[in-house]
Ligand binder design. Sequence first.
Ligand code: GCW
Length: 842
Amino acid sequence: MHRFQHITICAALLFLGLGATCSRAETGADAWLRYAPLDKSAAQKYSALPASVVMFGDSPVLDSAKAEMIRGIQGMLARTLREDKNLSRKPVIILGTLSALRADSPKLFEQADLHDDGFLLATEKFHGVDCLIVTATTDRGVLYGVFALLSKIAREESVSALHETQQPSAPIRWVDDWDNLDGRIERGYAGPSIFFENSNVRADLTRAGEYARLLASIGINGCAINNVNANPRVLEDSFLPQLARVADVFRPWGVRLSISVDVSSPKVIGGLDTFDPADPRVAEWWKKKFDELYALIPDFAGVVVKADSEGRLGPATYGRTPADAANVIARALAPHRGIVFYRAFVYNHHLDWTNPKNDRARAAYDNFHPLDGKFDDNVIIQIKHGPIDFQVREPVSPLFSGLEKTNEAIELQVTQEYTGQQRHLCFLAPMWKEVLDFDMHAGEQPSPVKDIVAGKTFHCAMGGLVAVVNVGMDANWLGHPLAMANLYGYGRLAWNPNLDSQTIAEEWTRLSFGNDPTVVQTISGMLLASWPIYESYTGPLGAGTLTDIVGAHFGPGVESSERNGWGQWHRADHDGVGMDRTAATGTGYVDQYRAPVAKMYESLSTTPDELLLFFHHVPYTYVLHSGKTVIQQIYDSHYAGAEQAANLVQQWRMMKGRVDEERYAEVLKRLEFQAGHAIVWRDAVCNWFFQISGIPDKLGRVGHYPGRIEAEAMQLQGYVPFEVVPRETASGGKAVECAPPMQKCSASFHFDGAAGKYEVDVEYFDQNNGKSKFRVLVGDKVVDEWIADDHLPATKPGGDSSTRRQIPGVALRPGDNIRVEGIPDGEEHAALDYIELYPSPK
Ligand code: GCW
């Protein structure tokens, strides 16, 4: 339907009070700020809302607040708020800082306890007139208050008798984006950078401004825009004015600009012969550099530093410590009130894997705990939530309780690097909640991570939360329309870590898809189930995400973590699996925790099943608390997870007609891919463990695939069998390919089952270096055809490229010839793994 026509029909339906059945055409660009028209009865609730807005004060941030207020009311209630300069005898919406309002009405909100970016929403008499007041200590707080008010209306909450104060949990609520200056994004899954293009800041920064608005709406107040693997050029004199342009589009939204810097900059771009932090010339260089930068960007927030990590240069070059490096930069920033986030992600990625005492998980604590108290006041140690690297399940980093005299921030990851890359649904708020709520037992009182990073536990002046986000130019920001729940969830938790995941999921669903109770229940339910589902087919019992850790971090690659220096070892061998990190017999990592936590993890009997293999090496026959053996749990969880992933597709199908067609179709496509890929994961992991352990699946599933016909067992014309590496990423270890000089190949077989309708599933390999064509025929009749043109992170057949095509409702009779034809393209050889047949309905 033509969009305009659609909107007109929607307007008519709304008028009739039938808005709930009306869905709008959407790209996802509006995210949770859709301000979609409320249906008539819901809109009724706001009939008493004042008709005009009066702003006390004047600033770019306040201007944004006022414009947002008008925009939101216009969108949701189809009313244009009048902008009044002065109060009249009529009710108004008042926006302004408390000091501005008190200049007029000195006794206003005498009891209010507002500080930092907190705000107050209140219905209150002002000069004797009923008003709706949004106030705060800062302009930014007023803006946050406006977003909160509009969110209430979008979620159909009453705003008629308000008196609500909200205070953020911590001053630091930041995001890091890992954008390279050439426009690519490290671990970005949604198109190129919104900040950079061709080694420069983009000429058009519209999206960057829109991003800042989204960030502001969830209370984020800082953003580092370039990769922590920083290009030193970002500090070149000629680049600074470009950065100032980004700061300009951030400023109206109260988001402060930050950048990642490389510690070797004084040498690489500064012309010095050293970057030794102890050299006065180096100190002087940083000082001058930041003086220059602040002259252009007076509200510049500070810098992020990754050093001595994954090949980055660092203070270790000169035998200096992270404190030396952090402080030399911090001292240059201090006069401008800038801060340094020094990342604790410092580890040796050439660890000797043959030494059972070596342990990458120890690195952050070993490197930083001895430096506690040695960092300047404007340094914050930025600590990944787990000791390894954003795996699907890790314990909390022991460093949180290992620094008492140092500012800390927790680093979370919105970009789903190890959790499905926005191809799989994985709502991470429940994981982050577990981390933030985890009691580190750092004193007499409970000391959950959320209190430590907020500076409460050890009385630190600064601290908070940071998340790696990596939005891109894709209209919907993160690729998967449902992935935005992670950015929203992060912001909400950074503001208030006491919110529960369900509240967050429901809020997000209402704002993003409307208030239809079926929609809210279904989508939030899917979100809440998704992390455990993803975990169950990718990373059992705390072994880490069993992905190809030396490749794209996407598909299965169980063995890739072993026998190399990266240290993501799970140590699976013929007898058992898991890393022994105990103090008694293992790497001693456990002792980095405070005694009560260490005690829990040291003992097999008190280690929770979900982290068993992170802390202990056990035989496959070890019996879990659940009563199952380790090996059977590995099998069972992978089968259950794949089934639940398929179930997500069914749940989503119920959303047809209840949400807009665009996002419906996009989500469906991704969930279908996920369901297929979950089977690839299931089979790869189960077969790998079956092979190494030699212990069969009690339920007889592993290695037995009824209805599956291997491509290499079919009659082949032109197609040639080959071995896939690693072998568990293809069924039976083999697939067939249509390699040059062949231009078209086919694989066929005769159906020998009972007559009826079948779902025909074709497992093929979709690489990103070609667009092969496939056609499936029964006899002479084409039942499906498609082009393998997805952009998966794969240049060869294997776990990253394996993709399932489901062809429902195919009528088959005994003796029918089923044929798959493949036409290769470029480097992609139309490779085929197998066909699976299920009687319909599946
Ligand atoms: O998780 C790893 C990623 C790297 C990243 C690094 C880090 C920016 O695979 O791509 O580098 O962590 O956090 O520094």
